[in-house]
Design a protein around this ligand. Structure first.
Ligand code: SF4
Length: 253
């Protein structure tokens, strides 16, 4: 089901994303968001170190172990913009993603059971679900299909400096094999999230729709690369049923 990737169109969308005032604001947004993201990762690392030294437990996650990268990962549009701009700056990561994406999508779409679970998770990651939260069972059902994230290259995250907070926040305290998709033994996790104040600051960097609406990371980044932010933004407006009014000038992305 994979279709040919139109590299020329992607380049053109990239060129437009840097143009004019919108391009300048996008650059500024990236700088601010990345600074908050870096300090979030640091905060998460500090929390983990504190937890380890106070409990004597060990984190079993290590380089080259990527079992957790078969989970469903969703992000706000704001985060996907930053991941997209990271790809624009890294030709290797960009071409690796574009090569892997069709196989990732086929692994989901060509398997009706996987697609049903994926679609349900996508539905649940809209604003409604931030309140509701997708059920653990649904996430665990998706994990059982063992579809590796298309950003995973040789068992390493190709967008590590801008990986989603969800990816950075979980640590296994049990043997790595317990994290395998086919494993039935419950994995013991330590989870750490950035402070609410930091998340609030991140949310304030874009208009609220682009922060409140989430989708699967690979799909959203692929759409930003292939149709561009103005189109994605319009689609998000429709979902919220509150299109930006003419004159309602929100200068943020
Ligand atoms: S974004 Fe990176 S860390 Fe997160 S699931 Fe994908 S490869 Fe793994």
């Amino acid at each position: 089901m994979s279709k040919l990737i139109d590299f020329a169109a992607i380049k053109e969308i990239q060129r437009k994303s840097r143009q004019g005032e919108a391009g300048r604001l996008r650059k500024e947004f990236n700088r601010s968001y990345r600074a908050l993201l870096d300090s979030s990762y640091e905060e998460i690392r500090d929390n983990v170190s504190g937890y380890i030294s106070s409990t004597g437990e060990s984190v079993t996650c290590a380089k080259g172990c990527a079992y957790c990268c078969e989970h469903f990962v969703s992000v706000p549009v704001s985060h996907a913009i930053v991941a997209t701009d990271y790809l624009y700056a890294s030709e290797n990561a960009m071409s690796a993603f574009l090569r892997s994406y069709p196989a990732w999508l086929s692994a989901i779409e060509d398997n009706p059971a996987a697609k049903a679970v994926f679609d349900k998770l996508e539905e649940d990651t809209t604003l409604r679900a931030i309140v509701k939260q997708s059920s653990e069972e649904l996430r665990s059902a998706y994990h059982h299909f063992a579809v590796p994230c298309p950003f995973l290259v040789s068992k390493r995250c190709s967008i590590y400096p801008v990986r989603p907070i969800a990816c950075a926040a979980f640590f296994s305290l049990t043997s790595p094999e317990f994290c395998l998709a086919e494993n039935e033994i419950p994995v013991v996790h330590f989870q750490s999230v950035p402070s609410p104040a930091k998340l609030k600051r991140m949310s304030e960097l874009t208009n609220y729709r682009l922060w409140a609406h989430q989708e699967s990371l690979p799909k959203l980044v692929y759409r930003l690369l292939t149709v561009g932010l103005p189109e994605v933004s319009r689609e998000v407006d429709k979902l919220f049923n509150t299109p930006q009014q003419p004159g309602e000038d929100d200068p943020r992305p």
